[in-house]
Design a protein around this ligand. Structure first.
Ligand code: AHM
Ligand code: MG
Length: 332
C-alpha cells in the first residue's frame, strides 16, 4: 500500500485527503471528513480575522478564560466556529478547548474522535496585525461509541494522536497537518476558497542557526537553557521571536531553528499547554524529522493528568534539540 503517495503541488486539499484515504482500504472516511470540517472552520476564521479591523472585533472581550487571561473577541469567535464545525460534522464526540473550562460534548455519541484545540493561539497579537494560528490534535476515543466521550478519552498522551495540525493566518493562510505519514502544507487561495498543496512532504532541516525564546525572562530560566542561549550567541545565531507560537514554529520548521519556552519564575511549569499546543506541534515536528522535549522527556510521551496542564517546550531541528538536552544533562 502506498501510504506516501506523492501528489503534485496544486492539488486541492479535498482531493489530497480523498487520495490519501484511498491508500487505506478499511478507512471509513470519518477522519477525512473531520479534517475537511477543520479546514472549513479555518476558512471561516480566516475570513473573520481578515475583517477584524473593519468589524471592531479585535481587542479584549471583557472576560477571562480558564487560565485567567483576557479573552480576545476573536478567541471567542474562533472557539465558537471550530466547535460548531466539529459538532455539525458529526465525527467528533468530545472536544477540549483551551478556551473552555470543561470538556464539550458535541452530542454525536457515535463519533469516534476526540479533538483538542487551541482555536486562536497568539491572540494578544491580533491588534497589531501579527500572524496567529489555530492548533489541533485528533485522538481516537477509547470508550465504546454510543455515549459521551470520557475524561480518559480526552487525557491521552501525544503518542496516541491520529492527526494533528495548525492553521497559520499570516501573509498567506496555510493549513499544515499530519496523520502520521509525513507532513503536508496547503496554502489558501481566498479568491477560489480552496486550500492547495504548496509544501508537500515537509522535512525540517537537521540543524539551524535561529533560536526563538522570550529572553526577557532569562534570569529565571533553568541553568542548562541559559547556557544553551550563551552557546547560540557564541556561535552568532540569530534570535527570532514573534511571541506567536504557530508563527515561530512554522518559520523554524521550514528554515531550521529551535523554539524554547522553559519553566520560568512566572510560569514554573512553562506557559504552553500540553493538550492544546505542545502535543500537536510535537507530532508535526517529529513527522518532519525534528524533535520536541520538555527538557527531560519526549513531549509526546508525557501522560496528561489534567486538561489544561502546562509543560516546558523545546522544539525544532533535531540537532539543536539534542544540543539543548546536552546542556540540561550536564547541569544535573
Ligand atoms: P495564548 O495561547 O494565550 O495565545 O499564549 C500562547 C502564546 C504563544 O503563542 C507564544 O509563543 C507565547 O504565548 C508567548 O508568551 P510570552 O509573551 O510569555 O513570550
Ligand atoms: Mg495558545
Amino acid at each position: 500500500m502506498n501510504f506516501n503517495l506523492a501528489l503534485p503541488v496544486g492539488t486541492t486539499l479535498d482531493r489530497f485527503i480523498m487520495r490519501k484515504q484511498e491508500a487505506f482500504p478499511f478507512a471509513t472516511g470519518e477522519l477525512s471528513q473531520l479534517l475537511r470540517d477543520i479546514a472549513l472552520a479555518g476558512k471561516i476564521v480566516n475570513r473573520e480575522i481578515n475583517r477584524a479591523g473593519l468589524l471592531d472585533v479585535t481587542g479584549a472581550y471583557g472576560q477571562q478564560n480558564v487560565q485567567g487571561e483576557d479573552q480576545q473577541k476573536l478567541d471567542v469567535i474562533a472557539n465558537i466556529r471550530f466547535i460548531r464545525a466539529l459538532r455539525n460534522g458529526g465525527e467528533v464526540c468530545t472536544i477540549i478547548s483551551e478556551e473552555e473550562d470543561e470538556v464539550i460534548q458535541t452530542g454525536n455519541k457515535k463519533g469516534k474522535y476526540i479533538v483538542a484545540i487551541d482555536p486562536l493561539d497568539g491572540s494578544s497579537n491580533i491588534d497589531v496585525n501579527v500572524s496567529i494560528g489555530t492548533i489541533f490534535s485528533i485522538y481516537r476515543r477509547k470508550s465504546d461509541t454510543g455515549c459521551d466521550g470520557t475524561m480518559e478519552d480526552c487525557l491521552q498522551s501525544g503518542t496516541q494522536q491520529v492527526g494533528a495540525g495548525y492553521v497559520i493566518y499570516g501573509s498567506s493562510t496555510m493549513l499544515v497537518y499530519t496523520t502520521g505519514h509525513g507532513v503536508n502544507g496547503f496554502t489558501y487561495d481566498p479568491s477560489l476558497g480552496e486550500f492547495f498543496l504548496s509544501h508537500p512532504d515537509i522535512k525540517t532541516p537537521a540543524n539551524g542557526t535561529v533560536y526563538s525564546c522570550n529572553e526577557g525572562s532569562i534570569n529565571s530560566f533553568p541553568e542548562g537553557i541559559k547556557q544553551y542561549l550563551s552557546y547560540c550567541k557564541d556561535n552568532n545565531y540569530s534570535a527570532r521571536y514573534i511571541g506567536s507560537l504557530v508563527a515561530d514554529f512554522h518559520r523554524n520548521l521550514l528554515k531550521g531553528g529551535i523554539y524554547i519556552y522553559p519553566a520560568t519564575a512566572k510560569a514554573p511549569n512553562g506557559k504552553l499547554r500540553l493538550m492544546y499546543e505542545c502535543n500537536a506541534l510535537a507530532f508535526i515536528v517529529e513527522q518532519a524529522g525534528g524533535k520536541a522535549i520538555d527538557g527531560n522527556r519526549r513531549i509526546m510521551e508525557i501522560e496528561p493528568t489534567e486538561l489544561h496542564q502546562r509543560c516546558p517546550l523545546i522544539i525544532g531541528s533535531p540537532e539543536m534539540v539534542d544540543k539543548v538536552e546536552e546542556f540540561i544533562k550536564s547541569e544535573v
